[in-house]
Design a protein. Structure first.
Length: 138
């Protein structure tokens, strides 16, 4: 029994050691690019770069950690958000056009199909108006 306990202790220490190394080597949240987010562009091969290239689309912006502007995003971009889908995305765009834009999150919550859970999703993935670190669509 002592040999088995010692072996388990060695395995446990090894796993803890690997966890410590992984945590130390784990990537941090700092950008890999030396430029502000608003100038990040995508090359034709899909690699993010500073300066020249195409502005990221809604899906690409989300992948880069940006938030969409709910008052400018297309239905196709909004449909990519978790829990939104094509039908709710169309409803959001239609309600936005009728109201001339969303002025508050209460106005977004009034759109049929939003509800509390989807409102939280929208608040985490979108902004009302251009985000401070982004261009027109994001």
């Amino acid at each position: 029994m002592t040999g088995r306990t010692a072996a388990l202790a060695v395995v446990a220490l090894g796993v803890m050691g690997l966890g410590a190394v992984a945590r130390w080597r784990w990537p941090d949240s700092a950008s890999a690019l030396d430029c502000p987010r608003e100038v990040v562009r995508l090359r034709p091969d899909g690699v993010a770069t500073c300066g020249e290239g195409a502005r990221p689309t809604g899906a690409q912006a989300l992948a880069l950690g940006r938030r969409l502007d709910l008052n400018a995003a297309t239905a196709e971009e909004l449909a990519l958000l978790p829990g939104v889908g094509a039908s709710l995305a169309r409803s959001l765009v239609e309600a936005r056009e009728v109201a001339g834009g969303f002025g508050s999150w209460d106005a977004v919550d009034e759109v049929p199909g939003v509800g509390a859970a989807r409102l939280k999703t929208l608040q985490s993935a979108t902004v009302l108006g251009a985000a401070p670190d982004t261009g027109a669509v994001w």
